[in-house]
Ligand binder design. Structure first.
Ligand SMILES: *Cc1c(COP(=O)(O)O)cnc(C)c1O
Length: 338
């Protein structure tokens, strides 16, 4: 299909070490709490982000959905960016799974201002639903992998806290943000009530995400995971690669450097405009070109380079472990011929 697949960092394949770890993992029935490997992963993941407890979930989507359901009562509002993953790419799950109403705001620079939070949060009354949750995203996927600084997260969390509204962080690419900003993951997560991060994207695990928060939050999340059909048995087989993924965080800097190189190379081509990426997501504006985004994506595909259209005028490339610098240079050479 593509020999250089830059559609997403979800396309990474497990390393030989991950495959070995899966085969050799100690396992037990995790619904009984008996799987030592996933217990180890949950303990280490919680410690890494400075939370009391953590839960292994099969996907980031399930983790976000469970988090919203634990935090917010049915009928209440979830405040989120209009372009947030939890709003746009989770099939309306907040409404369908949890009876929640989304209250979308425009988060310029990837995060709300405290003023926006003060203006939108309110208690339930005779006419209005109350605010049940504020959801943030870091890095912000739809805004080109923006890394949101921790002081801005803290400012929003403080504002939400003043209204007794909890904050969930969709940190599918949390460690990309931490590496880009040189911030300790526990410091990044400290202001919020729960966090979701993916083991399966740039960290390279084949499957899995982590939801972390307080002990009480995770106890309830564990019940809801069962409700959603996510209570798994000898899960150490897929948790073992996740343990190695946790050790892979520093390598994300390489993806960021490759993304910067890709962006600079594309920006130098006629009719393409490409801002310098902060992390591993490159957004190409083709509005000045004589072709639209999907024609550009098709032309890249014809040359063995995978990317994806965001809308008529924008195309996304995502760097990851399975595309090295030489492959980035090859992709640029091929795209130049379009
Ligand atoms: C990928 C992603 C998710 C969901 O992860 P899946 O494992 O694909 O369900 C959630 N939020 C953001 C911002 C993502 O990029």
């Amino acid at each position: 299909m593509f020999d250089i697949d830059l559609r997403s960092d979800t396309v990474t394949r497990p390393s030989d070490a991950m495959r070995d770890a899966a085969r050799d993992a100690d396992v037990g029935d995790d619904v009984y709490g008996d799987d030592p490997t996933v217990n180890d992963l949950e303990r280490r993941a919680a410690a890494l982000v400075g939370c009391e407890d953590a839960l292994f979930v099969p996907t980031g989507t399930m983790g976000n959905q469970i988090a919203a359901q634990v935090h917010a009562d049915p009928g209440s509002e979830v405040v989120a960016d209009a372009d947030a993953h939890i709003v746009r790419w989770e099939l309306g799950g907040l409404a369908r799974n949890a009876g929640l109403q989304t209250r979308t705001l425009d988060a310029e620079n990837g995060i709300f201002t405290p003023e926006q939070i003060h203006a939108v949060c309110h208690d339930a009354d005779l006419h209005r639903p109350g605010t049940g949750l504020v959801c943030l995203e870091n890095t912000h996927n739809a805004r080109g992998g923006l890394a949101v600084p921790v002081d801005r997260i803290r400012a929003v969390a403080d504002a939400a806290g003043a209204h007794d509204v909890p904050v969930h962080l969709d940190g599918a690419r949390l460690f990309n943000a931490c590496v880009a900003l040189d911030v300790d993951p526990a410091e990044m997560v400290a202001p919020v009530d729960s966090v979701l991060f993916c083991l399966s994207k740039g960290l390279g695990a084949p499957v899995g995400s982590i939801l972390a928060g307080s002990e009480a939050f995770i106890d309830e999340a564990r019940r809801l995971r069962k409700l959603h059909g996510g209570g798994m048995r000898q899960v150490g087989i897929i948790a073992a690669p996740g343990l190695l993924a946790l050790e892979n965080r520093d390598r994300l800097a390489e993806d960021h450097a490759n993304a910067a190189r890709l962006a600079a190379g594309l920006d130098a081509l006629d009719d393409l405009s490409v801002p310098t990426p902060e992390t591993n997501i490159v957004v190409v504006d083709v509005s000045a070109a004589p072709f639209d985004a999907s024609a550009f994506v098709d032309a890249c595909a014809d040359r063995g380079v995978g990317c994806g259209a965001i809308d008529d005028a924008h195309v996304r490339f995502c760097t990851h472990r399975d595309v090295d610098r030489a492959a980035v240079e090859t992709a640029l050479d091929r795209i130049e011929t379009i």
